[in-house]
Write a protein that binds this ligand. Structure first.
Ligand code: FAD
Length: 318
């Protein structure tokens, strides 16, 4: 089923969902199952699986020179999606990105997903790799998420890259896209970011999932501005429980978001990460409760492969 169909079928009650990341190359999928299993108690109708592009690393060679290698640390997105469908009978939502893919490779990946009976994709641009200051698409790749939305929508209308294909079968992907309550870090301002978000929706995206935020007012203001801009699709809030003191600096630096004073002060008082985790859970419960009371369609948790805090937050609410 499509994410939008799940939302419709919930008739106004808030759904629980989560995002997982594939295990590191060489690790077993069992660690992922051990993380998802307990969360099935809260009946997630869909589970997002992130996509991780290749990275360059330098390895020391015997002759003392450095060798540049391309590695993919977390492969397996498509396989994990199939495993989720098979084990839990839950709809997987694979993330697909522009970075590192030609349009041809993207088309082939979408054909695989379609053959697996996967109905949803979250369409993203992806970030630049560590070596590049700014995002660079592949030659003959998609440059922005909007372009990737166009490609998926094209396939939904049976338009493949090879225009001479006869009787091509249309896909039927439900497309989600990312939104940023605190603005995407490259956007000159929120207005410009919203202009492109609206384009993603106008071109076929049926719902938005937000970047994490720790102050609900940021989500509510963002949702209001989206509505004013004519964006009328569901806006699913993304939430992440804080679990370590290092999150206070790591999350703003990686995700370009603010940590509110109250949360920061509470975390500062903690003697160790056990105490930090408790603060993160309590904050997550309060944040989720208010969002739920305001009628958000789904609470979507960035679990990052650890179920403990998400489990306790969900237990208090679902
Ligand atoms: C919910 C969520 C899930 C994510 N999952 C993943 C994942 O699995 N894998 C991964 O690698 N990354 C993931 N990311 C990170 C994401 O790839 C980055 O935030 C990336 O920098 C932007 O992606 P986007 O799809 O929002 O890009 P876009 O919508 O393309 O926007 C990127 C920037 O360009 C601007 N812009 C957009 N269109 C145009 C245009 N036509 N002309 C000029 N400017 C334009 C926007 O305002 C914005 O500043 C995720 C992010 C979120 C919020």
């Amino acid at each position: 089923m499509k994410v939008t169909e799940h939302i419709k079928a919930s008739t106004g009650s808030t759904l629980f969902s989560l995002e997982i990341i594939p295990p590191k190359k060489g690790d077993s999928i069992d660690s992922l199952f051990a993380h998802i299993d307990p969360l099935m108690e809260f009946k997630p109708p869909f589970i997002d699986v992130t996509y991780h592009r290749e990275e360059f690393v330098y390895k020391n060679r015997e002759n003392g020179l450095l060798e540049k290698k391309t590695i993919r640390k977390r492969p397996g997105t498509v396989g994990i999606c199939a495993a989720i469908k098979n084990r839990y009978n839950v709809d997987p939502v694979p993330h697909i990105i522009c970075g590192g893919f030609t349009k041809e490779e993207t088309e082939n990946a979408l054909i695989d997903l379609n053959f697996l009976g996967i109905d949803n994709v979250l369409v993203l641009r992806g970030d630049s790799i560590a070596e590049e200051k700014t995002f660079r698409p592949e030659p003959d790749g998609n440059a922005y998420a909007i372009d990737l939305v166009d490609q998926v929508m094209g396939m939904n209308e049976a338009k493949y890259l090879d225009e001479e294909l006869q009787n091509a079968v249309p896909t039927s992907f439900c497309i989600g896209v990312a939104g940023y309550p605190e603005k995407h870090f490259e956007a000159p301002n929120l207005k410009s970011d919203l202009k492109y978000l609206k384009q993603k929706v106008d071109r076929g995206a049926e719902y938005i999932v937000t970047q994490m935020f720790f102050e609900n007012s940021k989500y509510f203001e963002f949702a209001d501005k989206c509505r004013e801009a004519g964006i009328n699709v569901p806006i699913i809030p993304g939430l992440k429980p804080i679990t370590t003191k290092s999150h206070m600096t790591a999350l703003p630096s990686i995700f370009h978001i603010d940590i509110p004073d109250d949360l920061y002060n509470e975390i500062e008082k903690c003697k160790d990460n056990k105490a930090v985790k408790e603060v993160g859970i309590e904050w997550g419960i309060q944040q989720s409760r208010e969002l739920m009371e305001k009628g958000v369609p789904v609470l979507h948790y960035y679990s990052m492969g650890k179920s403990d805090s998400v489990y306790r937050i969900a237990k208090a609410l679902f």
